[in-house]
Design a protein around this ligand. Structure first.
Ligand SMILES: [Zn+2]
Ligand SMILES: [Zn+2]
Length: 421
């Protein structure tokens, strides 16, 4: 029997990890350039974090959580998303004393879903959360951060689709109109939604069932029901995006069905074969902290799936070609020279070089083939005669030119020759 990884998971093999490192490094760099600090939460949480922080009647909580009981009888769940977990951590650590809090995370989420391209049962999300800033500038900052992150990869024609789903002031009127529409199409809704629409009709907006999505696409749009404050907030976000030169358009079809979402919701799309494809989604959730038992506190953020992004960058040919993994290969003629080769390799590493050395005692020809394969620009060849004279041969792999150099000069010489970033 050959053991297999679980369905919906992936191994990131050595050939794949450089592109992950590239995207992760970009996420750290961009988030930090906006003054955001990284937060990491536990892989598993008490189930209540998501029951309260995501909502009982959602697909995530009802169907998709990896829930288990530990040996102490606690009900735990593998983190299906990070917003509720981050909010829990902030509450527990009393970080709300200092506002605004600007945070980013990059961590795995676990959901029991039907696996598809770019959508795995364990997937990785880059996200940010801003707490304690209720005005439109915070929304614009969040959108701008996502736009900067995506823009640096060269994705074509990024555009922000913007909507507002109102607040406690104007949502009741919208909810009334929505319920009326849903009632009229009750037979077309899935069983879950027929049940949900009496408890919380907004959650129908998030259902993935195609019949429900059809009904939702014809439903009244929250934009038509906005109160004056919500309108002003949306216009404030738009004014800031305009000042930043970030293209945007209002799109009444973008919604979030969770109670704690308020006002701004957005998606960032790029042009794909004439159509638009979404790579990032976010919004404002001024009611979340209260839902978790804290004092009211505004929040806004986004989540961005890295598997989906990498797939997109690959399809669009936007990933750079693999870079060499090694600068210098230290070859030794004869296994007895191994320890000296190892000493030289260590000196070169201390000079900042990436160095591989021979450990298999292969022929020089085989060692040069290996050096070629890992992309080493230079090979240090150590032979018995040279060693007696305190020198080694340095071979330039591009020109095949070779020259002798004193062993004690190698680090300074080769360290200076390779550009470091
Ligand atoms: Zn449904
Ligand atoms: Zn309103």
């Amino acid at each position: 029997m050959e053991l297999q990884r679980p369905r919906g998971t992936q191994d990131i093999l050595p050939g794949e990890s450089p592109k992950w490192q590239l995207v992760e490094a970009a996420a750290h760099r961009v988030a930090q350039s906006f003054g955001y600090a990284e937060i990491r939460t536990p892989t598993f949480e008490h189930v209540e974090v998501f029951r309260h922080g995501v909502g009982d009647a959602t697909d995530i909580v009802e169907k998709e959580m990896y829930e288990f009981t530990d040996h102490g009888g606690r009900s735990l769940v593998l983190r299906p998303e990070s917003t509720a977990a981050v909010a829990r951590a902030l509450l527990q650590s009393h970080l709300f004393a200092e506002l605004p809090q600007r945070l980013y995370y990059m961590q795995s989420h676990f959901r029991y879903e039907r696996p598809q391209a770019g959508r795995l049962r364990q997937h990785t999300q880059f996200g940010i959360e801003v707490y304690g800033a209720g005005g439109p500038l915070a929304d614009a900052e969040v959108i701008s951060l996502a736009h900067s992150f995506l823009g640096q990869f060269g994705l074509h024609n990024l555009s922000v689709r913007l909507n507002s789903i109102g607040d406690a002031e104007c949502r009741p009127a919208y909810r009334g109109a929505l319920v009326e529409h849903l009632e009229a199409h009750r037979e077309e809704l899935c069983a879950d939604c027929q049940r949900r629409m009496t408890k919380n009709p907004l959650r129908v907006l998030d259902c993935k069932n195609s019949g429900c999505q059809r009904v939702v696409s014809g439903a009244p749009r929250p934009l038509s029901y906005l109160c004056a404050d919500c309108k002003a907030h949306l216009e404030g976000v738009e004014a800031a995006l305009l000042a930043l030169g970030i293209p945007f358009a209002r799109d009444g079809s973008i919604v979030r069905g969770l109670d704690y979402y308020t006002r701004t919701v957005f998606e960032i799309q790029y042009e794909k074969l004439g159509a638009q494809a979404t790579v990032c989604g976010g919004g404002r959730y001024d009611g979340l902290i209260e839902a978790l038992g804290g004092a009211p506190l505004p929040g806004v953020g986004f989540g961005l799936g890295l598997e989906r992004l990498l797939l997109t960058l690959e399809e669009e040919g936007l990933l750079p070609p693999p870079a060499p993994s090694i600068d210098v290969f230290v070859a030794a003629i004869g296994e007895e020279l191994g320890p000296e080769a190892m000493r030289i390799a260590r000196q070169l590493r201390e000079a900042g070089l990436r160095v591989e050395q021979e450990v298999l005692g292969r022929s020089l020809k085989a060692q040069l083939r290996r050096a070629q394969k890992v992309g080493a620009a230079r090979v240090v060849i150590l032979g018995p005669q040279e060693l007696q004279r305190g020198v080694a041969v340095v071979r330039d792999m591009n020109s095949s030119q070779q020259e002798e150099a004193p062993i004690e000069d190698l680090a300074a010489r080769l360290g200076a020759a390779v550009p470091r970033d």
